[in-house]
Design a protein around this ligand. Sequence first.
Ligand SMILES: Cc1cc2nc3c(=O)[nH]c(=O)nc-3n(C[C@H](O)[C@H](O)[C@H](O)COP(=O)(O)O)c2cc1C
Length: 223
Amino acid sequence: MKVSQALESRMSVRAFTDQQVPVGTVKKVLEKAARSPSGSNLQPWRMVILTPEKLAKLNALMEKRLSGEANVNGDAQEYNIHPEKLKEPYRTSRYEVGEDMYALLGISRDEKPKRLEWFANNFKFFGAPAAAFCFVDRTMGQPQWSDLGMYLQSVMLLFQEEGIDTCPQECWAMYPKTIHEFCDMPDELMLFCGMAIGYKDKNHPVNNLKTKRLYSSEWLKVL
Ligand SMILES: Cc1cc2nc3c(=O)[nH]c(=O)nc-3n(C[C@H](O)[C@H](O)[C@H](O)COP(=O)(O)O)c2cc1C
């Protein structure tokens, strides 16, 4: 597969089949992606792979958490997922991707409970059979966080090469303490995001979402 094919075919998949992804395959891809560049070669990504047993345990824990049996609120957040006030054109991009997704799911704007119910699928990795978390040392700054992005894009493209789909998930930043404890990580590390990993359910309408992109004239200047 050409890089351009992997780039074109990758999309955030939010419904998966039951087909398993061996832990060995996930490990191989995460290791291969470590050829990604990073400033001064710091390689700041710190990854956790969940085995099927651990994934089942986390799914059960999150179900309890969200059902109100335990604390339904998220943990104290450790970073802002978005700037507090999103300005244009970012605001519209965010709005459009949400509206386009809910339209495919047949959920209208005023069906708040249904939207929340759908959103909660994030916390079982949308039914994916495999999952990973990305952590970073708390002392790292913006340049190293951008290195995480490069690494994670390599991971997602390498999964495409294997015919495996993904969804990066920063929603997990709503539960940093829960995930930190669950993964038994040292204090010096903080959670960036999760990633759902598996095979796309081609019959699920949510996977028909073809997200838009801005015209390059909005973000590119040729001098
Ligand atoms: C760092 C990162 C975090 C994301 N977090 C979530 C998430 O929590 N839940 C979700 O459904 N999608 C999440 N996404 C997917 C984005 O919504 C998606 O990448 C964007 O809309 C573009 O669509 P595409 O990935 O299908 O090209 C995330 C993407 C990135 C890069």
